[in-house]
Design a protein around this ligand. Sequence first.
Ligand code: Z5A
Length: 212
Amino acid sequence: MLITFEGIDGSGKSTHVAMLAEWLRKQRYTVRVLREPGATPLSEAIRGVLLDAGQRIAPVAELFLFCAARRQLVEEVIRPALAAGEIVICDRYADSTLAYQGYGRQLDLEMVRRVIGYAIEDVVPTVTFVLDLDVPTAMMRRGERGPNATDRMEDSPHAFFERVRSGYRAIAAREPSRVVLLDATEPIEVVQERIRAIVQRCLPTGVAIGAG
Ligand code: Z5A
């Protein structure tokens, strides 16, 4: 079972990924937590290039780099983990590419969908949670984590993040059976309760139970 978390930066993805993984592990499920781009040596190297504020990357090159990192992750980690019956939780996945490169960078959406298709093939999430938050609040929450220098993606203008947020809402409207739009202005515990209730309903029998 593949569960993915999406949303603009600072919307709470990492927080909810960690809470959900802990809850599932307490029930003795084997859970693998991954982040995108990253989680394999090649994908982490690509992440370094993509987030390097010193790089100038053309939008289509950016699209291919995110998808190259994802393809490697799918082949090296996600597909084998799913085959072993693990629950895989991914902090960002294919919808990030559609939201950021498609809606955010305004690339042709059908072209972006096709490239994503080459990267993931049939490895589609069982459920995707989109943490929906207004851009100013997300930026404020991100800022509260400390005075970090911004990376290349975070250097994008405000209007870019507004388009990304609208993109996520459009993705959720288009695929309501897979994508759950959550109001991320609600308290963390309330949002997490909704997530757990939905995951509980999706949990298949026969998922690997072990040390996690
Ligand atoms: N990107 C792309 O363009 N295309 C792609 O295909 C992919 C990615 C895969 C990766 O960034 C960048 O790559 C990202 C998209 C792009 N860039 N941008 N811009 P990353 O992996 O470095 O970081 P991130 O994914 O953007 O996430 P983040 O900044 O780490 O934020 P987060 O994980 O969503 O939020 P958080 O750290 O869990 O929460 C932020 C704070 O808010 C924290 O203090 C929490 O305690 C707090 N919080 C969380 N929920 C709540 C609620 N409900 N109330 C109050 N406070 C809360």
